[in-house]
Design a protein around this ligand. Structure first.
Ligand SMILES: Cc1cc2nc3c(=O)[nH]c(=O)nc-3n(C[C@H](O)[C@H](O)[C@H](O)COP(=O)(O)O)c2cc1C
Ligand code: SF4
Length: 463
């Protein structure tokens, strides 16, 4: 790839200061937009660029922005989703660490485009250092008048606060996140709600992922055609961050052209498998996506190409499994996480995921029948009836297990146990698992046994 776009300023542990950022053309996009572009032109540029949301769903950012009614109510909100709790995903954190002003400028441009005056960065609690860094850099941007009142001498005013999550996976879902910000129990809002019309405090609100917003300054500065040209495939858009973990020789986060193949990501950039290990499968975009078997390694990694083949790019977080890993056990592990993180609002998810966990557990320990496997298939198919995308996402690895790795499931049934290990992985049985460590918590303490810090509740708009 030619020049990185999002990781241009990524160097070791040092982040790009405001001075570094400005010296390299930072905030030029904002200056250009304020001086010579109407908000509708900014939206059109983002629409033409084909930029798709990097939070997992791949919804076109320009279409989302265009959904805010021009004559809609004020104030409006630009909400940045930095929750990043999808297992295997660690890209947003790296953007914030390397180049916080890229995100701040992207938010300011988005706010200008939709007419927002208030911005919120919703960030997970384990990213405390990033939250502090953002708070500091927001202050610097205010001092330089890139944020605050009458930005760069214009009529446009916009400011940002950092909101720490209390720390649940469901708080990454945009509607649940809005409830969390408003101090209400974070269930996803009923399907069909339109945040662009009625979001935070019933006012127009756009929610975008960190990586999505960080692409906006480049698009406004260099134009939609430049961004489209960075991709390798017609359906691709710009560059994409691919965090890679698992049984590879060189795990890390790689910025690559959208449309690169999974094979290239794993075998070129992550230096292939660990010595002695053979590739078996990979999750292409976190644990809410389907396992990709070896024969599909040449599938282009962009939202459109993957969707056309029945897969999802998700967050682009690649998790690689080798020949010695039991995929039943790996899937069981993921279901343990999902069953625990369900918000409990709707039946297919609240009651279905514990059933999936139980059925998979029985397969893993060798006590399942073929009827149990059939029931597993029926239960995950029913996840499509859930209220939000959480349950269908959780179903994805199970669907792929049954589609591509049925031989492995059969081996558990025929051998009456796990062929990979004499000790079946049954994380939901026995002693409760350690799920969360609060600062200062003694090693080995049960997290449920001690009072937790109260999450900060905001009952009215703080900015
Ligand atoms: C259960 C669940 C968890 C999610 N977690 C995140 C997250 O951590 N970060 C994120 O950006 N989007 C997450 N999303 C997607 C958001 O709901 C939303 O689509 C996204 O933030 C919109 O930004 P984008 O259009 O820029 O991708 C999650 C969705 C679901 C259903
Ligand atoms: S699918 Fe799960 S997380 Fe989503 S609303 Fe239903 S119970 Fe809650």
């Amino acid at each position: 790839m030619a020049e990185p776009v999002l990781f241009k300023h990524r160097r070791g542990r040092r982040h790009a200061s405001l001075e570094d950022y400005v010296a390299d053309g930072g905030y030029e996009g904002l200056k250009k937009a304020l001086a010579s572009m109407a908000p509708a032109q900014v939206i059109q540029e983002v629409l033409d660029s084909g930029l798709r949301g990097r939070g997992g769903a791949g919804f076109p950012a320009g279409r989302k922005w265009g959904g805010v009614p021009p004559d809609g109510e004020h104030p409006r909100y630009m909400q940045c989703n930095a929750d990043e709790m999808e297992p295997g995903t660690f890209k947003d954190r790296l953007i914030i660490n390397a180049d916080p002003h890229l995100l701040l400028e992207g938010m300011a441009l988005g706010a200008y485009a939709i007419g927002a005056s208030k911005g919120i960065i919703f960030i997970r609690p384990s990213y405390e250092l990033e939250a502090e860094l953002l708070t500091l850099e927001i202050e610097r941007a205010r001092e330089a008048n890139f944020l605050g009142r009458n930005i760069l001498g214009t009529d446009f005013s916009f400011d940002i606060i950092v909101h720490r999550s209390a720390g649940r996976y469901i708080c990454g879902e945009s509607g649940a996140q809005q409830r969390a910000v408003m101090g209400v129990r974070p269930n996803p809002i009923e399907t069909g709600y339109r945040s662009a019309v009625r979001g935070l405090w019933n006012k127009p609100t756009v929610v975008n992922n960190v990586e999505t917003l960080a692409h906006v300054p480049g698009i406004v500065r260099n134009g939609a055609a430049w961004f489209k040209g960075l991709a390798l495939t017609p359906g691709g858009d710009g560059t994409k961050l691919f965090p890679v973990s698992g049984m590879v020789a060189n795990p890390g986060c790689f910025e690559l052209p959208s449309g690169v193949t999974l094979r290239e990501i794993i075998f070129t950039h992550a230096d292939g498998m660990l010595p002695g290990k053979r590739f078996k499968a990979a999750l292409p975009g976190g644990t809410s996506t389907k396992f990709i078997p070896e024969r599909l390694l040449d599938m282009p990694m962009d939202f459109q190409s993957m969707r056309e083949q029945g897969y999802r790019l998700g967050t682009g977080a690649v998790i690689v499994f080798d020949q010695d890993t039991c995929l039943v056990a790996a899937t069981l592990n993921m279901m343990h996480y999902f069953a625990r993180e369900s918000c409990g609002w709707c039946t297919p998810c609240r009651d279905g995921l514990p059933l999936v966990l139980d059925l998979l557990g029985r397969i893993e320990e060798g006590s399942a029948t073929r009827e149990d496997v059939a029931e597993l298939g029926r239960t995950v198919a029913f996840m499509d009836h859930a209220n939000c995308a959480f349950a269908p996402g959780a179903a994805e690895p199970v669907l792929a297990l049954l589609e591509h790795f049925m031989d492995e499931v059969e081996a558990h049934l025929d051998g009456k146990g796990c062929p990979f290990s004499a000790q079946p992985a049954l994380p939901w049985r026995g002693e409760p698992q350690r799920v969360f460590t609060w600062p200062g918590e003694p090693e080995g303490a049960c997290p449920g046994a001690r009072p937790r810090p109260k999450p900060r509740r905001i009952v009215s708009c703080p900015i």
